[in-house]
Design a protein around this ligand. Structure first.
Ligand code: GLA
Ligand code: ZN
Length: 668
């Protein structure tokens, strides 16, 4: 296979007689499909009984792929249990948050602490690796599928206690971390500790807990327990296959699992992008950048997207003509080296029979969707290998922290209306629409490459982060934090200092009070000549060295600062004390970026997205994506060649993008 962006998707030929496979491969050739994700849900076929394995169908699927010159991303298939397994070992079925032990059904619902599951899943992964490690079609291993959710069974309770012993060492340390003297919870024996569920610490559901420390630790434990399933399968693969890369498909900003804890164990990141159709394009972009940030900026795979519609939502709108193309180029612009679909052929029955597919039930190649898929396949083939391995040269970092996300959203007070993803997205969107490339990174990342660090709603400040943020500002960089940042330590225990805790010296402020109000209460905000609105939470800021930049307009804190800037070393610490509307966030973020000359050349065009990638040979690519239904008329900022059309654009000359149009400019 000549190196290029991989193109294809989930393929389940085991659902079909072999005549259909002939048609599939003919159509794949027509669509430029070179990569098949195989075996994601084939466990009941490959192991019909505990002691019976049958790889005849899978053999034929892989052999056929190889004969056709296509590569295979081979799944271990352990995400959906075969019925015999659940019947024979009921422990593999999860116990849910309400304490109900489930029976056989559905998928993605095995107990991560079940020894039977672990043994059988790793057994399958090992056998597959033994059989196919040397197969000419094998490109990558796809372990399980969309790990997620949580289990609350007795096996998990025992495993949780073991995890706590390792993390905390002593019960005294646990009692201290969880602040258990509150409500008379001092534990005197490990066995007294229960998983936090509807039967124990929670009321009104998973976000309402009496002890955030317990719930936080359970989320970390569950992340690690599921990760243990992944690493066990990976080890089983590695016994037989030393070097084929191993991944599992993530779900972007998926709250239940802290993917930063997983990232070191993957050989490359991959994810499934299903943005709601009415979401702004910065939503899937945030997912891409978060996934790129998992492996230190290395390219990732777009493992799944729909070519047309989803099926699982109440209402499943169709991707309009051109939307699939721009979404795919957007993924490439943000670092994808593979663009795969769910799914290649539509399932005939069961709950995904209406899910969009490259090949529909009628098997036609003259549908609009097939034609768009095939046209995109040709474009990707023509582009060749120029983007492979390319990196994003970001000078702006946005800190993304699952612990902060969890702590914020499981806390009583000050406001349940403040949502982590919304706040993060607002700042991400502002920076992206101003034309900055943004790395979305864990708080442990090396901050030295960045001029600007955005830390929206960074509720917990852990380790030496405060010092590292100070270092960014000291050497001339800008750090921006917002309301509800730096409130608590890693166990969600409040800092015994002024708010914002360890960030106070950098930000030069003190906060004693905050006012949470319903969504319809609006604070007018004045920032010089600029006016915007704020909602949800209003922190009352006392400058301690910082200068007020914006002020509240009403109530008893009218005239006090809502936005501040603090000179720190050669740089600045900014604080935004309230949830500004998007215009307000844009205004503040642009001021921060402008100081570092990070406003992009097309920042004046609201619908035009730009993204940069630098190839391993130094080739600099600028992606231009026009997300509007109207053409965009720009003035080229550089002389370049558009790799999609071969046309030259001259610096200072007009450059037009079609509605939903894309250009990939290689600067000269
Ligand atoms: C997920 C799963 C797929 C399929 C799609 C449908 O991403 O991984 O198996 O169910 O959703 O959108
Ligand atoms: Zn369990």
């Amino acid at each position: 296979m000549t190196p290029k962006i991989l193109y294809g998707g989930d393929y389940n030929p085991e659902q079909w007689p072999e005549e259909v496979w002939d048609a599939d491969h003919r159509l794949f050739t027509g669509a430029g499909v070179d990569t098949l994700t195989v075996g994601v849900f084939s466990w009941s076929l490959t192991q019909p009984a505990e002691d019976t394995y049958d790889f005849t169908v899978l053999d034929r699927v892989l052999d056929r792929a190889a004969a056709e010159g296509r590569g295979v991303c081979l799944a271990t298939g352990t995400a959906a249990l075969p019925p015999w397994l659940a019947k024979k070992y009921p422990e593999v079925n999860r116990t849910d948050f309400e304490g109900r032990r489930h029976r056989y059904g559905q998928r993605h619902n095995f107990c991560p602490s079940s020894p039977a599951y672990r043994r059988l899943a790793t057994g399958m992964a090992g056998r597959l690796a033994e059989r196919y490690a040397e197969h000419p079609a094998l490109l990558a291993w796809h372990v399980n599928n969309e790990y997620g959710g949580a289990c609350y069974c007795d096996l998990c309770a025992t495993a949780f206690r073991g995890w706590l012993r390792e993390r905390h060492g002593t019960l005294d340390a646990v009692n201290d971390a969880w602040w258990t003297t509150f409500w008379s919870h001092r534990y005197t024996d490990w066995d007294q500790i229960e998983p936090p569920s509807a039967l124990t610490e929670h009321w009104r559901g998973p976000d309402h807990t009496a002890f955030q420390g317990i719930t936080l630790d359970y989320q970390r434990f569950m992340t690690d327990a599921l990760l243990g399933c992944f690493t066990a399968e990976k080890e089983a693969i590695r016994v037989h296959d030393e070097d084929t890369p191993v991944t599992t498909n993530f779900m972007g900003a998926y709250r239940p699992l802290d993917y930063h804890r997983w990232a070191p164990h993957l050989d490359f990141a991959s994810w499934d992008s299903y943005p709601p159709l009415d979401a702004p394009p910065t939503r899937p972009a945030l997912g891409h950048d978060l996934m790129r940030g998992l492996k230190d900026g290395a390219p990732f795979w777009l493992m799944e997207q729909t070519p047309s519609t989803t099926a699982c939502r109440d209402v499943n709108p169709l991707r309009r003509p051109g939307e699939l193309r721009i979404a795919t180029w957007q993924a490439v612009a943000h670092g994808a080296d593979a663009a795969l679909y769910f799914q290649l052929r539509a399932s005939r029955g069961a709950c995904e029979k209406y899910h969009g597919a490259v090949i529909g039930h009628a098997g036609r190649d003259d549908t609009r969707v097939f034609r768009e898929v095939a046209a995109l396949g040709r474009e990707l083939a023509e582009l060749g290998d120029v983007t492979l391995g390319a990196r994003t040269p970001s000078r702006t970092a946005l800190l993304f922290d699952w612990d902060s996300w969890w702590a914020l959203e499981i806390s009583d007070g000050p406001s349940r209306l403040v949502r982590y993803q919304d706040a993060v997205h607002a700042y991400y969107r502002a920076a992206r629409e101003a034309g900055a490339d943004v790395d979305v990174v864990p708080v442990t990342v090396d901050l030295t490459p960045y001029d600007v660090v955005l830390a929206p709603v960074l509720h917990l400040v852990k380790g030496d982060l405060a010092e590292r943020l100070e270092a960014v500002a000291r050497r001339g960089g800008s750090v921006l934090a917002t309301f509800l940042s730096a409130r608590s330590d890693e166990h969600d225990r409040a800092f015994l200092t002024d708010v914002p805790g360890p960030l106070s010296p950098l930000l030069g402020i003190r906060v004693d009070e905050w006012d949470a109000r319903p969504e319809d209460v609006v604070q007018p905000i004045t920032i010089g000549d600029f006016r915007c609105e704020a909602r949800l939470l209003f922190e009352i800021v006392q400058p301690r060295g910082a200068e007020p930049v914006g002020t509240y307009g009403t109530d008893f804190y009218a005239g006090t600062p809502a936005v501040t800037r603090h000179a720190f070393g050669a740089g600045e610490g900014w604080y935004v004390a309230t949830a500004l509307d998007q215009r307000g966030v844009d205004h503040v973020v642009r001021r921060v970026l402008a100081r570092h000359d990070l406003i992009g050349p097309y920042a004046g065009h609201a619908t035009v997205e730009t993204a940069t990638r630098v190839a391993p040979d130094g080739t600099r690519l600028l992606f231009l994506l026009n997300h509007a239904a109207d053409p965009a008329h720009l003035t080229a900022h550089t002389t370049a060649t558009d790799l999609l059309t071969g046309k030259r654009v001259e610096r200072g000359e007009p450059l037009s993008l079609d509605p939903l149009g894309v250009a990939v400019l290689r600067a000269e």
